[in-house]
Design a protein around this ligand. Sequence first.
Ligand code: GLV
Ligand code: MN
Length: 195
Amino acid sequence: ADPDPLQDFCVADLSASTSVNGFLCKPASNVSSDDFFFDGLSKEGNTSNIFGSTVTAANVLSFPGLNTLGSSINRVDFAIGGVNPPHSHPRSTETDLVISGQVLVGFVTTGNVYFSKVLTAGEIFVIPRGLVHFQKNVGPGKALIFTTFNSQLPGAAVVPLNLFASTPSIPNDVLTKTFQVGDDVVNSIKSKFGS
Ligand code: GLV
Ligand code: MN
């Protein structure tokens, strides 16, 4: 979903004080093989958090060689019962590949139709661009998936954090009216996310 490149590569200079729609290129004379290499997805992520999952991202910010190439990949680790909570990527379609474990992957369309599947190793599921989706570990042990994107920086709007952990926060009367619950419920949810 990113614009087409206008040269072979444009390794991002993340330190440049100005940027365009993406990042400026570091001089080609300073580019080496290491600029196209990233080992940040080789280690298991720490899943000790309320969701029992963690996303490790290889996007243009962590792997500047991806700049202008319209591609990125995440590693997502799951503890037993862990969930990667509902979220959407404004700039990318996502393809999920299960490496190990049993993972429920689901998305909901703009018409509120829910599609889902339980996947095991080697199986994939595609999430159309911009749609709200999640994964949950439904197997007896840990689970590991890789998620690939047709954007160097897909962005992630995480629904529970958007609604209940924004800065500043969304006024309670908006959330109580939206969800048809009282302040106690809204405050309880907000407190779970540290706000
Ligand atoms: C999973 O949904 C991810 O965005 O990596
Ligand atoms: Mn996603």
